[in-house]
Design a protein around this ligand. Structure first.
Ligand SMILES: Nc1ncnc2c1ncn2[C@@H]1O[C@H](COP(=O)(O)OP(=O)(O)OP(=O)(O)O)[C@@H](O)[C@H]1O
Length: 262
């Protein structure tokens, strides 16, 4: 298992800004004959913030499930980094080689402090109490502190997660993912249920993150997408309908036809 992980990490290789980090080629997923993904091809760059939009049922979650290994496609290729074939790996291996996924509902440890939540997320040994009382190195403490700063929770470090607002819990969970040093972060509807102030802060956090990671955001909130988007991919019936800046996509004839019935 360890050897497999090391080989796969080598296959991911060293990446620099602008290199391709994720490549889906001709990916099809069928459920009882219905194609949730239909020859989907898509590529994401290292240190890019990409927004994925699309109506209900367009295939956004299925695409995330394929990338993280939850769903295996009927056909196609999914390559991470230079040459790591994600279709040959199970979910834990995919997470270990650098793909983190943030689901819509936060799942933080409510009874533990912000600091402890991040500490627990960092450790390889998942046995809860053993992990919590093991001594942290200076480097590990620094990493936790930098992460708390990034997610705007530094002054809350000793507070229990249970007292955080919904938005703060979402940020803490993003922080927990960061403790595993992912190269690619997949974020599902990050601003659902947030206050306007929290939405703005989330945009800042994700933009900041994309300077050191690749970030893929699936979101229905178009105002939010407009505020953060550099490049947008529109999915429709399991394939890419359009891709480009928010302006390009909004002016795209096919998109206008599908969304606005023009
Ligand atoms: N396990 C499954 N079995 C059968 N059909 C499924 C399954 N998962 C997804 N589908 C179907 O595949 C299509 C794509 O679903 P998917 O959840 O990927 O869309 P989505 O773009 O994420 O939608 P939403 O915005 O509503 O979350 C939908 O028509 C859905 O009903």
């Amino acid at each position: 298992m360890l050897l497999l992980k090391q080989n796969q990490e080598q296959n991911v290789g060293e990446l620099k800004k602008g290199d391709r980090i994720l490549y889906l080629d001709d990916v099809t997923v069928s459920f009882d004959g219905f194609k949730a993904l239909n020859s989907l091809s898509l590529s994401i760059e290292y240190e890019e913030l990409r927004c994925i939009i699309g109506a209900n049922g367009a295939g956004k979650s299925t695409m995330m499930d394929v990338i993280t290994g939850k769903t295996k496609p009927d056909k196609g290729d999914v390559i991470f980094g230079q040459a790591a074939n994600l279709l040959e790996m199970d979910e834990p291996t995919i997470a270990e080689i650098g793909i983190g996924r943030k689901f819509q509902k936060p799942t933080v440890f409510e009874g533990h402090t912000i600091f402890e939540n991040l500490e627990l997320a960092m450790k390889d040994d998942k046995r809860f109490f053993k992990t919590l009382f093991a001594k942290l190195s200076g480097e590990q403490k620094n990493k936790i502190e930098q992460t708390m700063e990034l997610i705007g929770l530094k002054e809350h470090y000793h507070n229990k997660a249970s007292i955080l607002s919904h938005g703060q819990k979402q940020w803490l969970e993003i922080g927990m993912l960061l403790m595993q040093s992912p190269k690619l972060l997949l974020v599902d509807e990050p601003v659902a249920g947030m206050t306007p102030g929290e939405v703005e802060k989330t945009g800042e956090i994700l933009t900041d993150l994309s300077k050191r990671h690749s970030v893929v955001v699936v979101e229905h909130d178009m105002e939010f997408i407009r505020s953060i988007a550099k490049k947008v991919t529109v999915l429709h019936e399991g394939s890419v309908l359009a891709e480009g800046s928010m302006k390009d996509v909004q002016n795209n004839e096919k998109v206008r036809k599908v969304y606005l019935g023009e």
